[in-house]
Structure formats: structure tokens, C-alpha cells
Design a protein around this ligand. Structure first.
Ligand code: SF4
Length: 366
């Protein structure tokens, strides 16, 4: 049986809140609270949820840009949870991150050649044929001209800058890429191109992706498995088809009901679940089931006993005392048009959130 490339066990990150002259700790933001999941080689696991659910913090824990408060991250059989910068450096070849904002993630004073060639310099790697040659090959790989080598980031569009960022990420041929909202800062017309590029590169180079995203249309298109997060916890995880076509957690059902449907007639006829109330503060999350303050199915047990993340189908785990069973999702389950159509149609449909229960409530970073 194939071993997972990455395993998170009991992964937790609390950020202390300090006040006063003595900076005493008065609380903690419970950004990530006990995640358990695996990522298999060559797959794409997407992590979705509303803004503030902890998905970006999770990405930073997996890449060890943050150290966990508790729990473990095991990469390729090695526990990397508490490795220092020196011990992590060689592992940076294998674990890379694509950042959300292509405008701020590239140094404007460096040429494209310097930016993409930086990982070789940092890792002390001399590629066959030299750095310039390797950078020009990377430019071609991501669909840019090798002649762009001496240009500066400001000379490129947003989509081209994201391609430069992706080329830098690929320089050392990593095994795992964590992509944090890689297309959300891009113009809608460019998003599908970058999504398709990431898919092509995965096929060509055998990459493993953890995709952090709020756009459920994109997630549906690119994922093998999907994990849904709410207030620092995974509430549902499973194969893409299970999560999209047979969602069991009420929060997942609500998220999917807000996915725009390109077919205006179908969109008008479906039921949309509008969650009431705001997302509670991660400083003081609700006890037991964290979703109970917004859940239309909540009962007494939901307020007193935390539901375990139980396996309710093969690889389909759900944390709910009263999971939906056999209920068709109130959304276009057959939402399987190509990414370009899906993304382009988003603006035309509904005008609602892309990953949230209330209009205008959801945003990019988690
Ligand atoms: Fe809703 Fe209860 Fe399930 Fe939580 S455990 S999602 S409150 S039904």
C-alpha cells in the first residue's frame, strides 16, 4: 500500500493574545485545533472554508512556515513539526508554497532571472547547464518566453506574475506544493489558465498539491479530495464526488448551496441555504460542535458533546451528530463544466459568495 506523502496528526496552532505593560497572555486565538488528515503522493487535496476558518494557517503549518502548538506534521516519513531552520533547509527543496498575491510575492527590484534562480542559490544547487539555462527552461515550462529572463515583475500582468511565482516554486522540483489561493487575486479571465497550468504541471512532474481555496467551482474542477474547515476544525473530508454530490455536514451543504450555477433556470429553482449569524470568534469558539450557533439542525447534544470525525462512507469522514444522509445537495451536483466556463460564469451567476452562507460574507484568506 502506498504511504502518504504528508500526514497531519492532532495538528494545532494557537496564537497567544497578550495585553498590558507586562504583555500577559489573556487568551489564545484557536486558529487550528486538532486536524487529522493525510495527503497521498500525486493527489490534490483541497482545503475549503470561509474566511477565518484556519485554512491559511494550516497551509503554513504544513510547509513549516509556522511551528505547531501541538500535534505533528510528518513529511515523507519524517516528523518535521519542530525542526529548526537549519534542519528544514534541505527539506525546502521538496516542500514549496505558492502564495496568493502575485503582486507582493515577487521582489520588484529583482529581475525574473534572479527571482526564479534564487532557490538554486539558497540551496547551493548548480543545475546542469547552469542557472540561466535552468531558469529559461522553467520560464518555458510555465508558458512564458525565455527572453523574459532580464525583465522586472512590473512589466508583467497578474497572471504572468503568478506564472513567475510558479516557476520559482518548481525550480528545485519539489514533491509537495501548498498553493494558498493561487488564483483568487487574478482577473477572472486569467484564473482558468493558471488552474489549467497547475494541472498540466501535476501530470507532467507528478506533483502533490494541497490547494487552499474558497472558490468551490475551482476546487470542484481540480481536486481529488476535499476537506471542509469551520473555525479551526475539519468538519467533513472525502473524495470530491462524495463531498460535492453527497455532502453530509450541514455546513458543507450550506456552502454548496451558495455555489453559482451557470444555468440561470436551474439556479433560480434550487434551494439556497442562508446561514444566520456571524462566524464566532476563534478567540472564544462555541463549545462542543462549533457550528451549533449557525446550524438549523442543532439540538441539545450539539451544545454539550463534540461530534467525532467519524467515517460514514469509504474515506468520507464527517463531524456531526445528525449528518445528512441521502439528501441530494441543494446545488448543481452535476457542476462539471470545464474550469474556464465555471470561472467565467461566476460573475454572471447570483452575485453571492463563492464559499459562504451569506451574500458578501465570504472572502479569500482563511
Ligand atoms: Fe449541526 Fe449538531 Fe451536526 Fe453540529 S453536530 S453540525 S450543530 S447537527
Amino acid at each position: 500500500m502506498t504511504a502518504p506523502l504528508l500526514t497531519a496528526s492532532g495538528l494545532q496552532k494557537y496564537f497567544p493574545v497578550r495585553r498590558g505593560l507586562l504583555q500577559r497572555q489573556v487568551g489564545a486565538v484557536q486558529a487550528v485545533d486538532g486536524l487529522d488528515f493525510e495527503v497521498m503522493p500525486g493527489e490534490t487535496l483541497s482545503i475549503v472554508g470561509e474566511s477565518g476558518c484556519g485554512k491559511t494557517t494550516t497551509g503554513r503549518l504544513l510547509t513549516r512556515l509556522l511551528e505547531p502548538t501541538a500535534g505533528k506534521v510528518v513529511f515523507d516519513g519524517r516528523d518535521i513539526s519542530h525542526l529548526g531552520p537549519g534542519a528544514m533547509r534541505p527539506l525546502r527543496r521538496d516542500i514549496q508554497m505558492i502564495f496568493q498575491d502575485p503582486y507582493s510575492s515577487l521582489n520588484p527590484r529583482h529581475t525574473v532571472g534572479t527571482i526564479i534562480g534564487a532557490p538554486f542559490k539558497i540551496q547551493g544547487v548548480e543545475p546542469k547547464g547552469g542557472v540561466r539555462n535552468a531558469v529559461q527552461e522553467l520560464l518555458a515550462l510555465v508558458g512564458l518566453s525565455p527572453e523574459h529572463y532580464n525583465r522586472y515583475p512590473h512589466e508583467f500582468s497578474g497572471g504572468q506574475r503568478q506564472r513567475i511565482g510558479i516557476a520559482r516554486t518548481l525550480a528545485l522540483r519539489p514533491k509537495l506544493i501548498v498553493a494558498d489561493e493561487p488564483v483568487s487575486a487574478l482577473d477572472v479571465s486569467i484564473q482558468a489558465q493558471v488552474v489549467n497550468l497547475l494541472e498540466d504541471l501535476q501530470d507532467e512532474l507528478g506533483l502533490t498539491y494541497v490547494l487552499i481555496a474558497h472558490d468551490l467551482s475551482v476546487v470542484r474542477h481540480v481536486s481529488d479530495r476535499v476537506a471542509v474547515m469551520y473555525l479551526g476544525k475539519i468538519v467533513e473530508i472525502g473524495d470530491r464526488a462524495d463531498v460535492y454530490e453527497r455532502p453530509m455536514h450541514p455546513y458543507t451543504v450550506a456552502l454548496l448551496s451558495a455555489v453559482p450555477i451557470p444555468d440561470a433556470r436551474r439556479g433560480r429553482n434550487r434551494d439556497r441555504i442562508l446561514l444566520t449569524g456571524d462566524v464566532p470568534s476563534p478567540l472564544d469558539p462555541p463549545p462542543a460542535c462549533r457550528f451549533h450557533t449557525r446550524c438549523w439542525k442543532a439540538q441539545d447534544i450539539c451544545r454539550t458533546t463534540e461530534p467525532p470525525l467519524d467515517e460514514l462512507g469509504p474515506g468520507h469522514r464527517v463531524a456531526c451528530h445528525f449528518p445528512e444522509r441521502g439528501t441530494p445537495p441543494p446545488t448543481g451536483a452535476a457542476f462539471d463544466e470545464p474550469a474556464a466556463d465555471a470561472v467565467a460564469s461566476r460573475d454572471a451567476a447570483a452575485g453571492g459568495p463563492t464559499a459562504g452562507g451569506r451574500p458578501g460574507e465570504s472572502s479569500a484568506a482563511g
